[in-house]
Design a protein. Structure first.
Length: 220
């Protein structure tokens, strides 16, 4: 069992922070420390999925955020909406933007990281860069602010690989502050939680196709 789940104690307040809801969609602001979907054992059942079902029995997860990541998470409220939005994610018709605080001073004002990823199987859930067997993974980044010992950065993933932003920042030499899997020493100790937040998501509404954008500011 990953160490980060051995003492699973998700936040209870707010229990389910709803940003938007209609007959097709439920959009919530996920706190850091809460699983997107339930784990295998009873102690890990508390999750966005189960809290949303308690609010609306039709709610179904469409995509996920890492347990340590906070921010916008979208659920579908019927089968057609689930299929429609799922295809948008699969075909990369959505737009996603994250904000992070990373260790040290990022020299370039922006750039792209194109490094293929694969599961580091003996050390799962960790992922790693593998140029022979990894899946294509692309992240664009823009520096927002340089702090004394950290950099606030905007991240725009083109692909949606597991832990993509976390591994790409580590590869760049600037792990995300507070990352229990990919940061160590001062970078790990600099924050009590992973400093990564999903702040923007744009989709086409499943009823009518109109573009709709959801935003959530980070609390770090």
């Amino acid at each position: 069992m990953p160490k980060i789940l051995q003492n699973y104690n998700p936040p209870l307040e707010p229990y389910l922070e709803i940003l938007y809801e209609d007959s097709d969609l439920l959009v919530i602001n996920k706190p850091s420390g809460l699983l997107s979907v339930p784990g295998r054992i009873e102690a890990h059942k508390d999750s966005v999925a189960n809290r949303a079902i308690a609010h609306n029995p039709e709610a179904r997860i469409v995509h996920r955020l890492d347990m340590e990541t906070s921010g916008i998470l979208l659920l579908a409220l019927n089968k057609e909406a689930h299929r429609h939005i799922g295809l948008q994610f699969e075909r990369r018709h959505t737009q996603k933007r994250y904000v992070a605080r990373v260790y040290g001073a990022v020299e370039e004002d922006g750039g792209s990281i194109d490094q293929p990823l694969i599961c580091d199987w003996p050390n799962r859930p960790r992922q790693m860069i593998d140029h022979e067997n990894g899946k294509a993974s692309l992240t664009h980044y823009t520096v927002l602010e340089r702090e004394a010992d950290a950099t606030r950065i905007s991240l725009r993933p083109v692909t949606g690989r597991s832990h993509q932003l976390r591994v790409h920042m580590q590869w760049l030499g600037h792990p995300i502050l507070g990352d229990p899997l990919y940061a160590s020493g001062s970078a790990l100790e600099a924050a009590e939680r992973l400093q990564l937040h999903a702040e923007l998501l744009t989709i086409h509404h499943p009823s009518g196709g109109e573009k709709i954008t959801f935003e959530s500011a980070p609390n770090f």
